[in-house]
Design a protein around this ligand. Structure first.
Ligand code: PLP
Length: 445
């Protein structure tokens, strides 16, 4: 049932696929092709087993090859492969929204479905503007994002995001009026912190400065990732997110948490906002929602936001927004089966059980040559390597490739190696992951 790939595909076979976020020429000269997956492992096209240290791309939280999900999707496709959700509905879309609402932080019980994290972010930004307008504050259109933030690749997401390579060539086409908080990564104060860093809560106060500059009456929302993954794992200092919440409340600004990677158990509860005890007004999710099996995202809004929009004539559409595949039946079936697995196997809290041994394991890499920082929280870990002179990212890339050659898949962003394994990982596999990375770092100049 799995793809039959030639062990050594010719270069021409690889040409047509313009690969995303990939050095296409480098990859196609030396491809890494995955052909099959089960549990904690991938198998390459030429039959090698690879331990998955990143849950695919931070999404396969329940591990690979979950037959409950594929059976649910197949059953749904047989019963009804598609149904529109514009002025129509189908039962499992409502069932899924109710299930998600019951898992959500307090009050975040109105769910809008999308097909990806990027769409979730753009949806959340639109909801924020529409909400303010509905309550007579239509001048609140400005957003505050954060340096190093990653909010997907839509124009809204790259505007509030803060990763320079994702922004610089599209600069003149981005949303107007967006400003950015400083990021919270500071090796000088926080290198090798275990868990959340203790220095840096005051960085949230920069929001007051931006509010003084732009005036609160122009600002719709602040959007941050509780923990950012794509920028190389950036953690919030202790108290930082609470401080953002306080400032937003003071100025009637919405707080959006982008939980596309932290959602669905990554740090020990269903959502990071529950771990940090800070409830946003809007929360974006995707990835782990369907265990990566079918593209789907969900935006959770506070009921007050939904209620504010439910005005005007009853026959008027309240929010002019939606996707053909919002709440696609196959994705809903996949998500419901995924939520069953999370519940039945206790996976949404498993990261909390494993986090202490995970922290010890990743911090055992301290002291290896070129390791300049180690960061961890829940089942997230990152090792930052000193860049080679004049060649940023080269060392990180070499480590990533060698790990793969030795049967371990990690994720590389510049010179940061990130790990976010499926939540089913066993202690022996944690040891194997970290020992392989240690050996590779030792062998990489
Ligand atoms: C925090 C965050 N937001 C949004 C996205 C974009 O999600 P997608 O790639 O599904 O559009 C990502 C992807 O990694 C993410 O980490």
């Amino acid at each position: 049932m799995n793809a039959e790939l030639k062990p050594d595909p010719s270069r021409e076979n690889l040409d047509a696929f313009w690969m995303p976020f990939t050095a296409n020429r480098q990859f196609k000269a030396n491809p890494r092709l995955l052909a099959r997956a089960e549990g904690m492992y991938y198998w390459t096209a030429d039959g090698r087993q690879v331990l998955d240290g990143v849950a695919g791309l931070w999404c396969v939280n329940a591990g690979h090859g979950r037959r409950e999900i594929s059976a649910a999707v197949a059953g749904q496709l047989d019963t009804m492969e598609f149904a529109p959700t514009f002025q129509m509905g189908h039962p499992i879309a409502f069932e899924l929204a109710n299930r998600l609402a019951s898992l959500a932080p307090p009050g975040l019980d109105r769910i809008f479905f999308t097909n990806s994290g990027s769409e979730s972010v753009d949806t959340a930004l639109k909801i924020a503007i529409a909400y303010h307008r509905a309550r007579g504050a239509g001048q609140r259109t400005r957003f505050i994002g954060r340096e190093k933030g990653y909010h997907g690749v839509g124009f809204g997401g790259i505007s509030v995001g803060g990763m320079v390579n994702n922004r610089k060539i599209y600069g003149s086409s981005m949303l107007p009026g967006v400003d950015h908080l400083p990021h919270t990564l500071d090796l000088g104060h926080n290198a090798f912190s275990r868990g959340l860093p203790h220095w840096g809560m005051h960085l949230a106060n920069d929001l007051e400065r931006l509010i003084a500059l732009h005036d609160a009456s122009t600002i719709a929302a602040v959007i941050v990732e509780p923990i950012s993954g794509s920028a190389g794992v950036v953690l919030p200092p202790v108290g930082y997110l609470k401080r953002l919440r306080e400032i937003c409340d003071k100025h009637d600004i919405l707080l959006i948490f982008d939980e596309v990677i932290t959602g669905f158990g990554r740090i020990g509860k269903a959502f990071a906002s529950q771990v940090f005890d800070v409830t946003p007004d809007i929360m974006t999710t995707a990835k782990g929602l369907t265990n990566g099996s079918i593209p789907m995202g969900a935006v959770f809004s506070q009921r007050k936001i939904y209620d504010a929009m439910m005005q005007g004539p009853e026959n008027a559409i309240e929010l002019f927004h939606g996707y053909t595949y919002s709440a696609h039946p196959a994705a809903c079936a996949a998500a419901l089966a995924t939520l069953d697995i999370y519940r039945n196997e206790g996976l949404l809290t498993r990261a909390a059980t494993l986090s202490a041994s995970w922290e010890d394991a990743v911090h055992s890499l301290r002291g290896l040559a070129h390791v300049i920082d180690i960061r961890n929280f829940g089942l997230i870990g990152a090792v930052e390597l000193e860049p080679r002179a004049g060649k940023p990212g080269a060392r990180g890339y070499d480590v990533f490739v060698k790990c793969f050659e030795r049967g371990v898949m990690v994720r590389q962003t510049g010179d940061v190696i990130a790990m976010s394994p499926p939540l089913i990982i066993e202690p022996a596999q944690i040891a194997h992951l970290v020992e392989t990375l240690a050996a590779v770092i030792r062998d990489t100049g």
